[in-house]
Design a protein around this ligand. Structure first.
Ligand code: TRH
Length: 383
């Protein structure tokens, strides 16, 4: 089993690409003792997720993970190549590196880590190999997913136990709010974390909460969607209070999700973390061309809601449709009040799903097992 791994990450936009790669690199190093080098083309974006990172350095260590700037003109460092090369989200390995891999007697295992989806086809494509034209190399597709036949989900060992211990510890929660400079929840308050893309019907949603009878506090990262919130800031309006928080390191963002009653999440990584929080969540999916993302959204809901009481399931689906601006979706305010009416059932279901899926083998372990099979002398897909 190769012990040295290289992970290549291009920040296409936002934070999800580096969010996933950093989480994986850290877990491979911490929990599996692997020697991991993470190549990132945009260290400034990375620094927003990880305060220890110095975006001015070419090479640095975060714990035992070696982080390297991935420059446009890539030159392989001295010494032997890593035994495993992870290309995140089809970001494209440097040609010079591919050449070197091909020239090596025993080529590194080359994995393309794909985007997460609950769609059925993922199970059939997970693990397939694609021989590279003109090179004696095979690129293997590793698909994260929710069913056992897929590559699994990123979940650190003991995550749910840490979540439960945090929630049960009132002092830890109070200290957490203090450290973020956020007020403790008011009695009877609904505390909501909000992470959304421009275009989300946020103003409409805030309007509804402001005019409602339940005290609601919405927590948003600094600088996010200022136009949508302008009418309600700085303090809030009516029953609504708005609070900004500085963009948090990964572990603190988890705590924030654990401490809220409803989490609005987006993209891929915050969505999975929201799922691990085990509280009702609202997912704004990353929009794709020709509305391809709606199939992904539906596939997830079908799986997530299996066994859920029908009216609660419908309420959740309607809010997710509204939040994703789907044609014929109901107004956001109406959909949200429906969802809140079903909060206890949805919270129970969310907790159950996190438990079930968290107990499945995690992505990092599955990846290591997959690589082990390919790297063994009889590895069927080896070139
Ligand atoms: O930021 P995202 O929209 O990122 C991505 C990219 O756009 C990518 O191109 C796309 O393919 C993918 O979405 C689906 O959403 P995501 O995936 O949720 O990533 C956000 C990351 O930021 C995640 O790792 C959690 C982290 N985060 C923090 O660490 N602290 C915070 O305070 C917040 C709000 C988020």
């Amino acid at each position: 089993m190769p012990l040295r791994w290289d992970v290549f990450c291009k920040v296409v936009d936002n934070y999800g690409d580096i969010g996933v790669c950093w989480r994986l690199a850290r877990q491979l190093a911490r929990e599996h003792g692997l020697s991991v080098r993470l190549w990132v083309d945009d260290l400034l974006t990375f620094a927003r997720l990880e305060s220890r990172l110095d975006a001015g350095l070419e090479v640095q260590f975060l714990g035992t993970v070696e982080v390297r700037r991935w420059p446009a003109a890539f030159v392989s460092p001295e010494g032997p190549l890593a035994g495993v090369i992870i290309e995140a989200f089809g970001c494209g390995l440097p040609e010079a590196l591919q050449q070197q891999m091909a020239e090596q007697g025993c080529a590194p295992v080359w994995i393309n880590l794909e985007y997460l989806s609950a769609e059925r086809w993922v199970d059939d494509c997970h693990g397939l190999g694609s021989p590279q034209p003109g090179l004696p190399l095979t690129r293997h597709f590793f698909f994260p997913g929710f069913r056992p036949a897929s590559g699994g989900l990123l979940v650190e060992s003991g995550l749910l136990a840490r979540r439960d211990a945090f929630r049960a510890d009132q002092n830890a929660c109070a200290t957490f709010w203090q450290q973020l400079g956020l007020p403790a929840p008011r009695p009877g308050e609904l505390r909501v974390s909000m992470f959304a893309y421009p275009g989300a019907p946020l103003t409409e949603q805030l309007q509804a909460w402001a005019g409602g009878t339940v005290p609601v506090t919405v927590l948003l990262p600094e600088g996010l969607l200022p136009a949508e919130t302008a009418a309600f800031e700085p303090a809030g309006h009516g029953a609504l209070r708005i609070q900004r928080f500085p963009f948090l390191p990964h572990d603190d963002y988890d705590r924030l999700l654990w401490a809220c009653d409803v989490n609005f999440v987006r993209g891929e990584d915050s969505f999975v973390r929201g799922m691990w929080a085990g509280r009702p969540l609202v997912w704004q999916i990353y929009a794709q061309e020709e509305a391809a993302h709606f199939a992904k959204l539906d596939a997830f809901l079908d799986l997530y809601q299996s066994g859920l009481e029908c009216t609660a399931a419908q309420a959740q689906r309607r809010l997710w449709d509204a939040w994703n601006s789907r044609v014929d979706a109901p107004a956001v305010a109406e959909a949200c009040s429906e969802l809140l009416a079903h909060w206890p059932v949805l919270a129970q279901q969310a907790g159950q799903r996190a438990l079930e899926w968290g107990e499945n083998v995690d992505l990092a372990s599955k990846l290591i097992e997959f690589v082990g099979r390919l790297a063994s002398p009889s590895g069927a897909s080896r070139p």
